[in-house]
Design a protein around this ligand. Structure first.
Ligand code: NIG
Length: 405
């Protein structure tokens, strides 16, 4: 047998995330495991490598696991909302700031004014920080353009960023993120424009895989979301929803009824909403950093969701307003301390379950044939990641078999 192109050995354990049963069983570790890589894919997993590697990495007793999948981000944006953070520290709420003309609208003004090149340059360091935190796949949303041209520009920026970062980027159209200022008196007009003009171009040019809507008092109604997601689905765009974040709005039940791939946020989800997600198989995406940063407590009931049988994914939700952070390990730590997840469940939230949230069953797991996206840690166990609170124990990141960090 030819040598592997890359052989990783000397690990305390390799977490394959291929098991079934409890969260701990799902991690399916190989004690003192090694990974052989060829052609960007995993060629071999086990304890006694059959051949050497052309290149070898000694994990020096750290553990190895799948690259992280950050399934909900807004990393393409211009402008700064530090003033709003200060206002929240002084007692104003996220919704009060939005109602006074700040919030998403402020980022829309800055993003519309930025060139494609500026948006690329602004997004690059954010992606670099995600990479250093072990992220090898990230979803990125539009939603700060809110006119046809600017939404398309955001999605084209996401497409162009693919040539600049090793991270696999998955695009999501979020044209119903807030009512554009031009349509304040005619919100139906914007929904119609999105359905008639924007969605067909996005689908034709394959600019997004998902179609997302923010269902909230300050944003869109159930009926508007339903119309947009139906139209998107007919064009091949998979539905997902921001729901039950700031106010309880029955959005989880809507996500379940529409067969959405994910229901995101869920701080205010009801018992009926939890049961509906479990029945529909919709993945719950929790964004604990934004619950903290936007001061939008309570934290989503992660424990109750897991206990009801819902697949729970985690995300950084990196954006300028509600979660100005690329810190995967802060999200993981909060998910344990505040959402009630165990360390194993939190780790799955950014690996296997994060991949499930993007309908990418090959990712977030390590098995022969799967993409060689993996992380080598300084820590001996996944338990150290949420425990070493908000700190980064990543030693190396490998993407498609190449060492990228
Ligand atoms: O996911 N909830 C809506 N959208 C973002 C916040 C965007 C912003 O404030 O700029 C979120 O939290």
């Amino acid at each position: 047998m030819e040598p592997f192109e890359l052989l990783i050995h000397g690990a305390s354990e390799v977490l394959t995330c291929m098991g079934e049963g409890t969260a701990e069983q799902k991690l399916a570790p190989i004690a003192k495991g090694a990974v052989g890589i060829r052609d960007g894919r995993i060629a071999w997993l086990g304890t006694e490598p059959p051949v050497r590697g052309e290149l070898e990495i000694d994990a020096r007793g750290g553990f190895v696991g799948p690259g992280f999948v950050d399934c909900h981000t807004h990393v393409v944006f211009a402008g700064d909302r530090s003033g709003e953070f200060e206002q929240r520290c002084q007692g104003k709420t996220y919704l009060e700031i939005a109602a006074a003309g700040g919030g998403i609208a402020r980022t829309v003004t800055a993003t519309r004014a930025a060139s494609e090149q500026q948006l690329i340059e602004l997004a690059m360091p954010r992606l670099e920080r995600l990479l250093r935190h072990g992220v090898t796949t990230a979803e990125v949303k539009s939603g700060y353009g809110l006119d046809v041209e600017s939404e398309l520009r955001m999605l084209r920026v996401i497409a162009k960023l693919r040539d600049r970062t090793p991270i696999t980027l998955v695009g999501t159209l979020l044209a119903l993120h807030a009512v554009p200022p031009e349509f304040k008196e005619d919100r139906a007009g914007w929904v119609k424009k999105v359905i008639d003009e924007l969605l067909p171009v996005v689908a034709r040019e394959q600019l997004a895989r998902f179609n997302d809507v923010f269902v909230e008092q300050s944003a869109f109604t159930h009926e508007e979301a339903r119309a947009c997601l139906h139209a998107g689905r007919a064009l091949g765009l998979l539905p997902r929803l921001h729901v039950d974040q700031l106010t309880a709005n029955g959005g989880a039940q809507l996500a379940a009824a529409l067969g959405a791939v994910t229901a995101d946020h869920l701080e205010q989800i009801s018992a009926e909403g939890i049961a509906a997600l479990a029945k529909a198989g919709t993945v719950a995406v929790l964004a604990p950093t934004s619950t903290l940063f936007a001061k939008a407590r309570p934290f989503a009931p992660g424990r109750a969701l897991v206990d009801a049988g819902v697949i729970v994914a985690l995300c950084t939700n990196c954006n300028p307003g509600s979660s100005h952070s690329e810190n995967v390990f802060l999200a993981m730590g909060l998910a344990c301390v505040e959402n009630g997840l165990t360390p194993a469940e939190a780790y799955l939230g950014f690996t296997r379950h994060g991949a499930d949230a993007l309908a990418e069953p090959e990712l977030g797991r390590l098995q022969p044939g799967s993409p060689a996206d993996l992380v080598i840690y300084e820590a001996e166990s996944y338990r150290a990641l949420p425990y070493h609170f908000a700190m980064n124990d990543v030693a190396h990141v490998v993407k498609s078999g190449r060492v990228v960090f």
